[in-house]
Design a protein around this ligand. Structure first.
Ligand code: SDX
Length: 393
């Protein structure tokens, strides 16, 4: 029994930690951020308010929210010397390689917020990362397309600022479409935290050694990049595009079921959810809304995604294994409609998840019982034996 939740002994023995931040019920398809259902937050809140909730455990008052948003806004610029850091990458470097490198480099530029034992330095590091990740990700995109960096603007909200840094150029005014900005903000919220997933567990384990927060978040970025994890949004859209038309879906369903074929339906299945991922439901509604408002509701990729979901959820292979669309199945369709290349999808997942990583890192660091993580193993190697000289082998 922990708080309002009762766990069976089998579960508690496998739990990596106790946490009060995010709750998932995989069977019900339920996701709560500090007790608030994800669909309510996606509809009624906005990303920086969700960041406040995840970091400080309660929804902010108007004054608290205004102060928090002002502090984040004032930290969106990077140290100017970091511009040179980008130039060390090849133009065709994957944006996740750049984001991972630049986030790790922050520990070399922001010495005054790396002492994890100083609560104020932990707070400053947290605000800096939430504020700067959109700039870091936007500049990785600009660098990859050979366009000049666009600096953050304090008159734009968080999502609009990110879109402006990605799509504005010095040649003409770029006015952020509020439809796209709202869709972007909702994607940030849906990806903000997700309990002890692989990348969050990576951040907690790295942080347990008392490494500086920037290095820990860089470790999380690296882990998220994998196609089995955050890289699935990029792979899911590529898969939907490869399918191309509803009549080709059976061919891919057959491949996904074929044990001899490594192909899996990207954006399908989840280690915890054995029901619909609640984020996928909101994402699907958002895709319908955004593409409808943009007048591209007949987008072939969205039609293929909906038909693929329908066919898969009527197929016993997927039903028996409780494989449902996850957060990555529809997100790429929205990001593509906003104008991003698939190479930016996981970088956007990373900037969204930064607040979750930080909230979980702070919770772990501030635990007075906290110790360095040290997972054990079941040894399956050779028994003890004596060394033999090479001549005798
Ligand atoms: C994220 O942990 C998190 O919370 C992560 C995340 C977050 O917000 O942080 O939610 C974000 O990472 C979502 C997941 C994104 N990844 C993908 O969409 C990649 C495709 N999905 C799979 O690779 C897979 O479903 C996983 C990795 C997501 C989950 O793998 P599991 O729980 O280890 O499941 P499994 O590999 O044990 O599969 C169980 C069965 C197997 O078949 P059998 O051996 O029983 O015959 O289901 C099959 C698998 O072959 N299966 C699939 C499948 N996923 C599982 N078959 C076809 N297509 C799939 N997508």
């Amino acid at each position: 029994q922990t708080g309002m939740f009762t766990y069976d002994p089998g579960f508690t023995s496998t739990a990596a930690c106790e946490s009060a931040i995010t709750y998932i019920d995989g069977d019900k398809g339920e996701l709560l951020y500090r007790g608030y259902p994800i669909d309510q937050l996606a509809e009624k809140s906005h990303y920086l308010e969700v960041c406040y909730l995840l970091l400080y455990a309660e929804l902010p008052t108007a004054a608290q929210l205004e102060d928090f948003e002002a502090r984040v806004t004032r930290h969106t610029m990077l140290h100017e010397q970091m511009v040179n850091f980008y130039r060390g990458f090849r133009r065709d470097a994957h944006p996740m390689a750049v984001v991972c490198g630049v986030v790790g480099a922050m520990s070399a530029f922001y010495h005054d917020s790396t002492d994890i034992n100083d609560p104020w330095q932990r707070e400053v590091a947290s605000i800096r990362m939430i504020a700067k990740l959109p700039t870091i990700a936007a500049w990785a995109y600009k660098y990859s397309i050979g366009q000049p960096f666009v600096y953050p603007r304090n008159d734009l909200d968080y999502a609009a600022n990110f879109l402006h840094m990605c799509f504005a150029t010095p040649c003409e005014e770029y006015v952020v479409d509020p439809i796209l900005s709202r869709a972007m903000d909702r994607i940030f919220t849906l990806h903000a935290d997700h309990e002890q997933n692989a990348s969050t567990s990576t951040v907690r384990l790295a942080g347990s050694s008392q490494a500086n927060p920037f290095a820990c978040i860089a470790a999380g970025v690296a882990c998220l990049w994998g196609p089995a994890h955050g890289g699935a949004n990029e792979a899911a859209l590529a898969m939907l595009r490869e399918i191309g038309a509803p009549e080709r879906i059976p061919e891919f369903i057959a491949r996904a079921k074929d044990k001899d074929d490594p192909f899996r339906l990207m954006g399908f299945g989840h280690r915890v959810y054995k029901n619909f991922d609640p984020r996928a439901k909101v994402m699907k509604q958002s895709a319908d809304e955004v593409l409808g408002l943009l007048g591209i509701e007949n987008n072939p990729t969205l039609q293929v995604a909906k038909e693929l979901e329908k066919i898969a959820l009527e197929d016993s292979y997927f039903v028996d294994r409780k494989l449902y669309p996850n957060v990555d199945f529809y997100s790429g369709i929205i990001l593509d409609a906003i104008g991003f290349p698939t190479s930016m999808f996981t970088a956007i997942f990373a900037l969204s998840r930064t607040v979750g990583w930080i909230a979980q890192w702070k919770e772990m660091i501030e635990d007075p019982e906290g110790r360095i993580g040290r997972p054990r193993q079941l040894y399956t190697g050779a028994p003890s034996r004596d060394y033999s000289d090479v001549e005798t082998r």
